[in-house]
Each structure stands twice: as structure tokens, then as C-alpha cells.
Design a protein around this ligand. Structure first.
Ligand code: SIN
Ligand code: CO
Length: 349
């Protein structure tokens, strides 16, 4: 890093950590790591021990134009991928503990020395949550870190840590390091931005139409639209495949009102002879995919006997005689019991 002049002193960093808007923490690395959150009062710095603590201040580039210049060294990557410059000042033995970051980070040793230990590969989500974490309310630290690489960083050295690689650094004497953290927006946020933009192009009163609809082959069947009838979405968005019918069926049958909120009916067995009557407010439909799905009350049931389902759903009222040959199928019987329990159907015997 030719011509690099340290753009901030430890005292200035401490001053920044006393500001209301600045996000800062002090990590104490004794037997257990403990953390104090900023903003701090100036007096704390005269009370700190000589060793084993680290002051970490985030987004220093936001507050200091001199520190913002540091981003210039990383111009080989686009600026939209850069997040912030976090600065850590550590005393001898100071560490934040073994952890991983979900984003790329370049750690630059600016003053003093720090020893860094790293694992050899990125951990999966399972390997970095739950039982892998120390019981520490202050900070998420790994309890099974294994040092597989080790580097001592001296001024001007840069260590790149890819996302998910467990690591920690320990200060050797006093040291100052700058971390250029990279930004990775969540895929969920990216898609939600995209869909929000598409949704904003659709007038609220634009309703689905199917002028070419042919006669239904079964009154409750939900089918994929035919090619000629495929809705035209804005933004060149392709129509999803038939797996769309599952959330769509749940959406279509969300209960409008009433019965659904009533307490469940207690029933364990069907009587010998009965009639099942669909409630007026019940919305129900089904679709035949890999299995037969029945949607009712915003929920879906998966059943293997298509014939049983289609016979049952053919009319608003159905008798035990009509269902006789399917009642030995426990899955189907449990489904009927569930419809009675939740008031979707009324049982008469
Ligand atoms: C540190 O500078 O000690 C913490 C930075 C990090 O591990 O991301
Ligand atoms: Co880190």
C-alpha cells in the first residue's frame, strides 16, 4: 500500500465511539468474551485495563472523509459491492473471538501486529448455528473452531477472508486494523424489489379474465391455464409452472368469514350411515398433480386416491353410500374427519 498514511488515530477512533449515531462496541477478552455497546462516555477510556480489549467502530468511512479514501484501494471491485470500513483498535491479547462473517472482508493491518487464525473452508448454515455456538448472550462465537491456517499481519499486510470462513485475530501488543467489508444483498430482498416494481405497473382494478374458458370437467378442479388462456404478465415475466397451483389453491380457498374460527368439533369416527353437506361459506377446490391436492380454508391436503376425492367433491351433498368403497382408505377417512372438525362440512346421520 504505497504512500499510505494512517487516516485516523486511536484517540480519534475513541472520540467517534462516544458519538450517539456511531455504532461501536468494546470486546473484553478474558476467560469469556464480553461486549459493551457504545456510545461510550469519555471516562470509560481512562478506566480500561491495559490488556485484553478491542474497540470496534463500524462505518468509520461514513464519518471520516480521510478514512473514506481507504475505499480507493479496493477499486478492483465495484463500489456497489462495498459496505463499510470497520476499524478495530486492540490492546495486547485483544480479540473478538472465533466467528464467521457472511460477507467478504479484507482485513488490513495498519499499525502493530495481529495473529490471525482461520479454518480451511466455509462453514454451512448448519455448521455455524445451534450447537456450534458458545453459550454467550453477548456475541455469537463458535465453540468448535479449529485453527487450520495462521498468519501474522504486519503494517501493510492484507488478509482476505471469504464469506463463511471461521476466523479470529489476536492483537500482539497494541494494533490497529481496517476491515473493508463487502456487501451482499439478500436474494429475498433483490427479488422483492423486482416484484414490487412489477406489481406497481399493474392497476389495482385489473382482474383476471378467461374468455376462452371451456366447460369445467369437474366442478372443483383447478387446472393449469391452457396455452391460449395464459395470463399475460407485465415485465416479460413468464407464467410459472403447475407447482403454482398449490399456493394459488390455498389463496383461492382462504376462508371469507365465520365458521372457521369456531372451536373444532370433536369426532374420531364416522357413523355407519351419514350425509356430508358442504357449508355455504366453504371454499374448496382440488388439483391433480403428482398427487391429488385438495384446498380448503386456505390449507392443502395431499391425497393419493383421486377417484375418491373427485367423487366426494362432485356435489355439495354426498352420502356414505356414494363413498362406501373409499372409506377403508384411512387417509381419505381422516381427511373427511378433518373437514367435519373444522366446520367445512356438516355431518348428518
Ligand atoms: C477484528 O478486527 O478483530 C474483528 C474483525 C473481524 O473479525 O471481522
Ligand atoms: Co470477522
Amino acid at each position: 500500500m504505497p504512500n499510505f498514511e494512517v487516516p485516523i488515530s486511536p484517540d480519534e477512533l475513541a472520540g467517534l465511539s462516544c458519538e450517539e449515531e456511531v455504532y461501536s462496541r468494546i470486546y473484553f477478552s478474558n476467560e469469556k468474551i464480553t461486549v459493551k455497546e457504545g456510545p461510550f462516555s469519555e471516562s470509560i477510556f481512562s478506566e480500561l485495563p491495559e490488556k485484553n480489549w478491542t474497540l470496534l467502530v463500524q462505518e468509520v468511512d461514513h464519518w471520516s472523509p480521510q478514512v473514506a479514501q481507504f475505499r480507493e484501494y479496493f477499486k478492483f471491485l465495484p463500489s456497489w459491492r462495498m459496505d463499510d470500513v470497520t476499524i478495530s483498535y486492540a490492546t495486547d491479547g485483544g480479540t473478538v473471538g472465533a466467528h464467521l462473517d457472511l460477507y467478504d472482508v479484507f482485513i488490513t493491518q495498519v499499525e502493530g501486529k495481529r495473529i490471525w487464525k482461520l479454518e480451511n473452508k466455509a462453514r454451512s448454515r448448519e455448521e455455524s448455528t445451534g450447537d456450534n455456538l458458545e453459550d454467550n448472550p453477548d456475541v455469537k462465537l463458535l465453540n468448535n473452531f479449529k485453527a487450520e491456517q495462521e498468519y501474522i499481519l504486519e503494517p501493510g499486510d492484507i488478509l482476505y477472508i471469504p464469506p463463511g470462513y471461521a476466523h479470529y485475530g489476536v492483537s500482539i501488543g497494541e494494533s490497529l486494523s481496517f476491515s473493508m467489508g463487502f456487501r451482499a444483498p439478500s436474494v429475498r430482498d433483490m427479488l422483492s424489489t423486482y416484484f414490487d416494481q412489477i406489481l406497481s405497473q399493474i392497476p389495482e382494478d385489473e382482474l383476471f379474465q378467461d374468455p376462452k374458458r371451456t366447460q369445467a370437467s369437474h366442478p372443483t378442479e383447478l387446472r393449469m391455464f391452457s396455452k391460449e388462456n395464459l395470463p399475460q404478465w407485465p415485465g416479460g415475466l413468464g407464467f410459472p409452472d403447475e407447482s403454482f397451483l398449490i399456493p394459488f389453491g390455498e389463496f383461492l380457498t382462504r376462508p371469507l368469514r365465520g365458521f372457521w374460527l369456531d372451536e373444532e368439533i370433536e369426532i374420531k369416527e364416522l357413523p355407519e350411515e351419514f350425509t356430508l353437506i358442504r357449508n355455504g361459506s366453504t371454499r374448496i377446490c382440488h388439483t391433480n398433480l403428482d398427487k391429488t391436492y385438495v384446498f380448503v380454508g386456505g390449507k392443502s391436503f395431499t391425497l393419493s386416491n383421486k377417484e375418491a376425492v373427485e367423487t366426494f367433491l362432485q356435489s355439495l351433498e354426498v352420502s356414505s353410500d356414494q363413498l362406501q368403497k373409499y372409506l377403508s382408505d384411512n387417509e381419505f377417512k381422516q381427511f373427511l374427519l378433518e373437514l367435519i372438525k373444522t366446520h367445512a362440512y356438516t355431518l348428518e346421520s
